[in-house]
Design a protein around this ligand. Structure first.
Ligand code: ADP
Ligand code: MG
Length: 395
């Protein structure tokens, strides 16, 4: 991990501080569905506020094409104020005269939230004028958005060119937890992967395999691996164009560390109320699709997790959104959360599954970053962190 300065290295009292948080939360009908990322960012904002900084917070939200109203940050501001117990002044711009005036009028302890950074076309292009405009709002930049640290955007890396920049406490916690898995995981180190697509996770599979003791694979992605091993997978999810690549991974010197399901819960269609049954992986009927790992597999995976020194889990074992196909994910989640060792869970849907089961408090680290976490575990440098390192000279 590179070196970067943190909030412990700077004085923030009386300073204007721009915080790039990751407040990218699911919103429906104008209210926040899941406030996990807001809660995770709150300690950083509170700490700055209580230390006497003027806190200017920004984040992107979703994937707006233009400035569609449903991507405005207002519901986020409301929820932040509600759980934080302090007023949050929501601004209607990201940069510009009105924003300048509002920030100039604010004082120590005030919290302002800028509009969705992606409302500015310069955000994703890492446009210098936008970065400079954001930087002009503050005396110090705090990058706390781990979930966006793998993107070189104006509000994640651009601002660093114009302002002294430090890593926020949430970013530090994320990087330390994943860094432990990369450099010094207590063994046996087990990785549990699931979720929809193997193509999202092939990079992390190949880079982690040499480091792990075991890799347990379920979810939709396991069918591409089973197909590569020659099993008939019926009409289960498969990425045909990845089969050769997957076959190479399985045949590599580390391939025998991968454990695939022995039994599968299959359904007659992709629906919550589909007819379901458990079958052996040798016996998946042509007209059925696999929507969960079977009970035998769930037991094997749970036992492997219980016997591990550290575990990283990303991706549900089945279509956990539907009760009938939730049991594999639930059994794995319970094994993980009973576990006294070092456990890290990443990925939006995996974290959502844990929260749905009420188990989110029982892991060592719940990561707010899906893609960023996977990129870091692949050993890739995160642009956000690289940008911060320039400010670490002399510390
Ligand atoms: P995460 O967000 O934790 O990284 P992914 O986004 O990769 O996870 O995958 C989550 C999605 O995968 C869930 O919506 C889940 O319904 C789906 N999924 C899991 N197993 C299957 C399966 N067997 N067939 C189809 N979809 C699946
Ligand atoms: Mg997901």
């Amino acid at each position: 991990m590179g070196r970067y300065r943190t909030l412990d290295d700077v004085e923030v009292s009386g300073q204007r501080v721009l915080v790039r948080a990751d407040l990218n939360v699911p919103i429906s009908a104008g209210s926040v569905d899941d406030d996990f990322r807001i809660r995770a960012s709150l300690p950083t904002i509170s700490r700055l506020r209580e230390a006497g900084a003027t806190v200017v917070v920004c984040s992107h939200l979703g994937r707006p094409q233009d400035r569609e109203p449903e991507f405005r940050m207002n519901p986020v501001a409301d929820r932040l104020a509600q759980i934080g117990g302090f007023p949050v002044r929501k601004l209607d711009g990201v940069v510009g005269d009105e924003v300048d005036a509002a920030v100039a009028a604010a004082g120590p302890g005030d919290v302002l939230l800028l509009e969705n950074t992606r409302f500015e076309p310069g955000e994703k292009k890492n446009d210098a004028a936008l970065a400079e405009g954001l930087a002009s709002l503050a005396d110090l930049f705090v990058l706390d958005a781990f979930g966006s640290a793998h993107r070189a955007h104006a509000s994640t890396v651009g601002v660093d060119d114009y302002l002294p920049s430090v890593a926020g406490p949430l970013l530090v916690a994320e990087v330390e937890a994943l860094g432990t898995l990369l450099t010094d995981p207590p063994h046996p180190f087990t990785v549990v992967l699931g979720g929809a697509k193997v193509s999202d996770k092939l990079g992390v599979i190949t880079s982690l395999l040499p480091k792990v003791d075991m890799m347990l694979i379920g979810g939709g992605m396991c069918f591409t691996l089973l197909a590569a091993e020659g099993y008939e997978i019926g009409s289960s999810l498969v990425e045909e164009d990845r089969i050769d690549e997957v076959r190479d991974v399985l045949a590599s010197q580390w391939g025998d560390r991968i454990r695939l399901p022995d039994d599968i819960v299959v359904a007659d269609r992709f629906a919550a109320d589909a007819q379901s049954e458990v079958v052996d992986r040798n016996a998946i009927p042509d007209d059925r699709l696999g929507l969960d790992i079977g009970p035998k597999t769930a037991g094997v995976f749970a036992a492997a997790i219980r016997g591990s020194g550290s575990v990283f889990w990303n991706g549900p074992m089945g279509v956990f959104e539907w009760e009938r196909f939730r049991s594999g994910t639930e059994i794995v989640a319970r094994a993980l959360t009973d576990h006294p060792g070092f456990t890290v869970v990443g990925g939006g849907d995996s974290v959502a599954a844990l929260r749905m089961l009420g188990l989110e408090g029982a892991v060592s680290h719940l990561s707010t970053g899906g893609g960023a976490g996977l990129e870091m575990l692949e050993g890739k440098a995160l642009p956000g962190l690289v940008a911060l390192e320039r400010w670490s000279e002399g510390t």
